[in-house]
Design a binder for this molecule. Structure first.
Ligand code: HEC
Length: 143
């Protein structure tokens, strides 16, 4: 193969690789990072409607790490949103906020075209891990 053709082939391969990277990024297709909540009181299979760990420092610490690894890329580090997704410091406190939080984290959200704008985390994180994140978010709450 003449040199120029080798160069061209290389350029095409490179362009393809760059395109693939961009596509993966645009779809937000990022592997979830596991959250180990085994140190917390275990909750069983029934979904609770209220956070059993509210104010628990251990849950808040587990939730902070889980949040920063899995939610911050859209909702902002330490729950301070950069504008891509809602600022979760303003979620309502208490049971009403708990129910809304659980609904969203379990099922995610699709837009009107059916594109996922927030991934569903049911089956990915345990109920314990989800409530730990909620405990962290309440610790950051602002009116
Ligand atoms: C790929 C981006 C993305 C990731 C990752 C993501 N979210 Fe979201 N989230 C969104 C968007 C966008 C919305 C707004 C959905 C809507 O319009 O109703 C949202 C909405 C929410 C809401 C409802 C907020 C409100 O004010 O109504 C909660 C709660 C929430 N997300 C929690 C989380 C948690 C917890 C995680 C991590 C486990 C997470 N999200 C990960 C994009 C994301």
């Amino acid at each position: 193969m003449p040199l120029s053709r080798i160069a061209m082939a290389a350029a095409i391969v490179l362009a393809g690789a760059t395109l693939a990277d961009k596509t993966a990024f645009a779809h937000g297709d990022v592997t979830p990072q596991p959250i180990d909540a085994s140190e917390l009181k275990q909750l069983g299979k029934e979904w609770l409607s209220e956070n059993p760990y509210r104010g628990d420092p251990k849950a808040i610490a587990i939730g902070a790490s889980g949040y920063n690894q899995n939610c911050a890329r859209c909702h902002g580090l330490e729950a301070i949103s950069g504008g891509i997704a809602p600022d979760l410091r303003y979620l309502e406190l208490g049971k009403t906020g708990d129910e809304w939080f659980l609904e969203r984290i379990r099922h995610g959200k699709k837009n009107s075209e059916g594109t996922t704008i927030m991934p569903a985390f049911e089956g990915v994180f345990s109920q314990e891990a989800m409530w730990a994140i909620r405990a962290f978010l309440e610790s950051k709450h602002e009116e």
